[in-house]
Design a binder for this molecule. Structure first.
Ligand code: ZN
Length: 296
């Protein structure tokens, strides 16, 4: 009943389970199938499917957007089951995506809804690639003493493939100019890719101090126009000093610069969030602007 053209039949995997019960793997597979029905809302939205089981029996399944436009799968299903008088105390929740940890006020995040419903266990298909949520939903559930497990590896691969475009937006940009990009430099030491009209820049960061990061570029030269606070204060990037193979330390509010073969990438570190300073995540918020070389 779940077979769709081009989609593998996930329930076939139920027979080869070793580390989990057959029911367990079935529920996780159903959640993946369910997630594929998520309503399209333009780009950048994940496929999320959820199954809730109690005493080894399914009590409900849902996907993002089924219970209302943009409504999260877990919240929608909890609300629906609650209306039917289903007691979720001790239930096991299979969700393809880590439950959200933050929503715009006054919405309550799914992790809090799950904890309030009294569920005993949450099984996760993929951690949220959004740096604002990554492992924070997990943390909230852990702090409520809810048992946490991961989907079997084979199913995790399907979830990751289904959500590749969603995950990529937190690792890559393809415009020449963008603002407010949030990147988890700690979870992705390989860097953030900016594919400009003049070539691809890989931007890597490591921690340098309370309000600063080391910026590395793999393309060649790197620099930082001293005292400049905004892109418009940099006239011709080629007039600024750049150095071969060095990293530069960029403080919050300052600009770093990577030189490519046909232009420069200017990058402003807007905000550094550091867990050692009490932030929930290690992430950087930055703006960037690609400047093609000015002809001589
Ligand atoms: Zn949610």
């Amino acid at each position: 009943m779940f077979a769709r053209t081009g989609m593998p039949k996930l329930l076939d995997y139920a027979a080869c389970s070793q580390d989990v019960t057959v029911n367990d793997r079935d529920f996780a597979a159903i959640a993946v199938e369910e997630g594929r029905k998520s309503q399209a809302e333009g780009d950048g939205k994940p496929l999320v499917g959820v199954v809730i089981a109690k005493d080894g029996e399914e009590v409900g399944r849902s996907h993002r957007g089924r219970t209302g436009p943009g409504e999260h799968a877990e919240y929608g299903l909890i609300k629906e089951l609650r209306a039917r008088g289903v007691d979720l105390t001790g239930a096991v929740v299979y969700t393809t995506l880590e439950p959200c940890s933050t929503r715009n006020h006054p919405k309550v995040p799914c992790a809090e809804h799950l904890a309030a419903a009294g569920v005993a266990e949450v099984v996760i298909g993929m951690y949220d690639p959004n740096p604002r949520i990554y492992r924070d939903g997990w943390r909230i559930l852990r702090d409520h003493e809810i048992r946490l497990r991961d989907f079997p590896a084979q199913l995790r691969e399907h979830v990751a493939a289904d959500n590749k475009a969603f995950a990529d937006q937190f690792l890559r940009r393809t415009q020449d100019v963008d603002t407010g990009v949030v990147f988890d430099w700690d979870a992705h030491p390989g860097g953030f890719v900016i594919a400009t009209s003049g070539g691809e820049f890989r931007v890597r960061f490591t921690r340098a101090g309370a309000d600063r990061l080391h910026l590395y570029g793999d393309m060649g030269k790197i620099g930082s126009p001293r005292h400049a606070r905004d892109f418009h204060e940099v006239d011709d990037p080629a007039a600024q000093d750049t150095w071969e193979g060095h990293s530069r330390t960029i403080t919050e509010g300052r600009i770093g610069m990577l030189a490519g073969p046909s232009g420069h990438l200017l990058l402003k570190v807007v905000e550094v969030n550091d867990m050692d300073r009490g932030a929930d995540q290690n992430c950087v918020k930055f703006d960037y602007e690609y400047r093609p070389s000015i002809g001589s």
